[in-house]
Write a protein that binds this ligand. Structure first.
Ligand SMILES: Cc1cc2nc3c(=O)[nH]c(=O)nc-3n(C[C@H](O)[C@H](O)[C@H](O)COP(=O)(O)O)c2cc1C
Length: 210
């Protein structure tokens, strides 16, 4: 396979650096072909044993979306109680989801008993099915960013409280709930860093040798 040209490599590096988790969306709809491109990129992700275990659930139904928003509020209030003083104040000031504004809600699940892949690779590490679905999310996220579409991953939800509402088959496990839409802003630094929640660490502190 030929290498991609240097200009593309530089742009790809920029794409990785400028991908952001988005919580503030404009309400304009995402063109269907753009969203399908994002899903297509996700569907090209690597997967253990070529199992392609991801399942994409678009949540359009207003009552179901409202139930997700209510669950976020409940879970976020509960999460805020583990902090004290200034950290608690800072936590409560953060906007940690764009569920109300985002034109698209997308739940990514993993089929835990797929017919595909014939079990290759997951006898030793069953979690690799889930890992494959996470790879799919990253493809979707970067493809969206390349087209100017923002993605926000909302983990402040208890999946078991929403399984029934979203009518999930028993073999599907929850991986990630995503908000998708046009971002209000495209900062080059993570929002949590700007807000003073934490700081990115240098690569050297995450690099080890054995
Ligand atoms: C698995 C996962 C779950 C996340 N859950 C949330 C969330 O519930 N709310 C939120 O505001 N951001 C969430 N994020 C986004 C992170 O806060 C964000 O990726 C991090 O602060 C770095 O910022 P960046 O993605 O803009 O580079 C999540 C990210 C990942 C990978």
């Amino acid at each position: 396979m030929p290498a991609f040209p240097p200009t593309f490599q530089e742009q790809l590096r920029d794409l990785f650096r400028l991908r952001r988790d988005v919580r503030r969306f404009r309400p304009d709809p995402v063109p269907e072909d753009v969203f399908m491109d994002m899903l297509d990129a996700a569907h090209h992700a690597p997967s253990v044993g070529l199992s392609q275990p991801w399942r994409f659930v678009r949540v359009d139904d207003p009552a179901r979306r409202a139930a997700v928003i209510a669950e976020f509020q409940r879970a976020n209030d509960e999460a805020s109680t583990i902090y004290e003083e200034e950290r608690a104040q800072l936590y409560r000031s953060l906007k940690l989801a764009g569920l109300r504004e985002a034109p698209i809600h997308l739940l990514v699940c993993v089929e835990t008993c797929p017919d595909t892949g014939h079990g290759l690779g997951r006898q030793t590490q069953p979690v690799t099915l889930r890992d494959s679905a996470v790879c799919a999310i990253q493809n979707l996220w970067l493809t969206g960013r390349a087209r100017g579409i923002g993605v926000g991953w909302v983990s402040i939800l208890e999946p078991d409280r929403l399984r029934q509402t979203l009518d999930l088959p028993p073999t599907w496990d929850w991986v990630g709930y995503l908000c998708v839409g046009w971002p209000q802003e495209e900062p080059d630094v993570p929002v949590l860093e700007t807000a003073g929640w934490d700081q990115r660490q240098p690569l050297e502190s995450h690099l080890f040798q054995r």
